[in-house]
Design a protein around this ligand. Structure first.
Ligand SMILES: *[C@@H]1O[C@H](CO)[C@@H](O)[C@H](O)[C@H]1NC(C)=O
Ligand SMILES: *[C@@H]1O[C@H](CO)[C@@H](O)[C@H](O)[C@H]1NC(C)=O
Ligand SMILES: *[C@@H]1O[C@H](CO)[C@@H](O)[C@H](O)[C@H]1NC(C)=O
Ligand SMILES: *[C@@H]1O[C@H](CO)[C@@H](O)[C@H](O)[C@H]1NC(C)=O
Ligand SMILES: *[C@@H]1O[C@H](CO)[C@@H](O)[C@H](O)[C@H]1NC(C)=O
Ligand SMILES: *[C@@H]1O[C@H](CO)[C@@H](O)[C@H](O)[C@H]1NC(C)=O
Length: 358
């Protein structure tokens, strides 16, 4: 129904009948106004303008240049490869990576502001999980976003615990492995994080894989840097939210194992898994062959601790490096919590982001 009306209007304006009926009975239908003297005059003026100015401007390109610019930019970024992007952003052989889809842009910006304050933003590579994100980031900050095809179905990728979310997060170990194969150190972060200090001084020694514990139980400040023992589910609770990898055989092995684990335990309605258990099984199964390093809890606390234990936050004041807004689901709740803790920077400090205000 909806589209039939315009079509019949079109047919009417193409048929000579309205014109005839207009002539024969001037008081009738107001629908046949299409070719009034005024309209004829307008049409004539338009033809004159086109006839005079177009040849004078030389090329019809003149009218469309901004258009073709956009589309040439688009095809340029569409063909931009992970290898090109990594080589463009890497400093000291290191790349800082996140993977985001369009709805997460406010979190991306918040995270970027906090990284810019530590002067590490130049190393950031945004792995765009949809074309809107790819174009938006590269338009504001050329070269800092790349899309590894095929883009996942972004409509289904947002809900934590859904199969779409699982599919989306399952791409991460592949992206990270690829960057390792290219020979770079890579720091992966979720974008619901905020840097309060520079994490690089904490990436001591030459271990293969550095990570943080997602357990909220308070540990002594001098806790071990070994992989924690398995929890109730038989595996540890390491966070897949922040991982630093050196381009070593060991780190690549962990990524390959992670990919395997995700394939062998695919998403199911019953489990509603995300990518984290697979990462933990990969760590558990490769621990004997790989040099693993657990980062200090006071510097890299889980959201389950930082946002829930004021006493602990007081006790460890000045030691916090990266804060993760987890142990909560939902965009609005996360934003409100960042807000409440003075960690939502995008409203007042957007100009510190290389993307500016989004
Ligand atoms: C078209 O692109 C060129 C370089 O890519 C740029 O210098 C120019 O400003 C762009 N023009 C428009 C209208 O966007
Ligand atoms: C590269 O590493 C050196 C030595 O670790 C450091 O002094 C320098 O600031 C680093 N440069 C960048 C851009 O991070
Ligand atoms: C997730 O991936 C699986 C396997 O590739 C596919 O069959 C399924 O349709 C995907 N689901 C969503 C919601 O993206
Ligand atoms: C941490 O410190 C306590 C008390 O000084 C000591 O007993 C314990 O062995 C230390 N733990 C580690 C892992 O070094
Ligand atoms: C790996 O998990 C198994 C089963 O829970 C456990 O027995 C083993 O100790 C774990 N290995 C490591 C290195 O944590
Ligand atoms: C909160 O932190 C304090 C100080 O570190 C600790 O003693 C206490 O057990 C923590 N509370 C909970 C519920 O973990």
């Amino acid at each position: 129904m909806g589209w039939e009306a315009p079509r019949s209007d079109l047919q009417r304006s193409l048929s000579p009948n309205p014109l005839l009926s207009r002539r024969s009975s001037s008081s009738s239908s107001s629908r046949s106004f299409i070719i009034t003297p005024t309209a004829l005059l307008l049409l004539l003026s338009l033809l004159i303008i086109l006839g005079v100015f177009l040849p004078w401007a030389g090329m019809p390109d003149f009218l469309f240049s901004s258009n073709s610019n956009t589309s040439s930019q688009h095809s340029k970024w569409r063909d931009y490869t992970l290898a090109q992007a990594a080589s463009f952003v890497a400093k000291n052989g290191t790349v800082i990576v996140c993977a985001v889809s369009h709805p997460y842009l406010p979190f991306l910006n918040n995270w970027l502001i906090s990284i810019a304050r530590q002067k590490h933003q130049d190393k950031v590579l945004v792995i765009a999980e949809d074309y809107a994100t790819l174009f938006k980031v590269n338009q504001r900050w050329p070269g800092h976003a790349v899309l590894v095809p095929p883009a996942p179905d972004s409509q289904t990728a947002h809900k934590f615990g859904s199969q779409g979310f699982f599919n989306f997060t399952s791409r991460r170990p592949r992206h990270l492995l690829h960057i390792l194969e290219l020979g770079y150190n890579v720091m992966y972060n979720d974008v619901d994080m905020v840097w309060l200090a520079d994490p690089f001084p904490y990436l001591q020694g030459s271990h293969d894989v550095y990570f943080t514990d997602d357990m909220a139980a308070v540990k002594p400040l001098n806790h071990s840097h070994d992989l924690p023992p398995p929890g109730k589910k038989g595996r540890p609770y390491i966070c897949s939210c922040m991982i630093f990898l050196r381009p070593t055989r060991g780190a690549k092995l962990v990524m390959k194992k992670w990919i395997e684990e995700l394939q062998s335990q695919p998403w199911s309605k019953a489990k509603k898994a995300n990518d984290q258990p697979g990462f933990n099984w990969a760590l558990n199964k490769t621990a004997g062959e790989v040099d693993l390093y657990l980062l200090p809890q006071a510097a890299f606390p889980t959201g389950g601790l930082y946002f829930k234990n004021k006493t602990w936050v007081q006790e460890t004041k000045g030691m916090h490096v990266i804060i993760h807004n987890n142990y909560i689901t939902g965009f609005e709740k996360k934003i409100k919590r960042f807000h409440d803790f003075g960690l939502w920077l995008v409203d007042d400090h957007a100009l510190e982001s290389p993307l500016g205000r989004l």
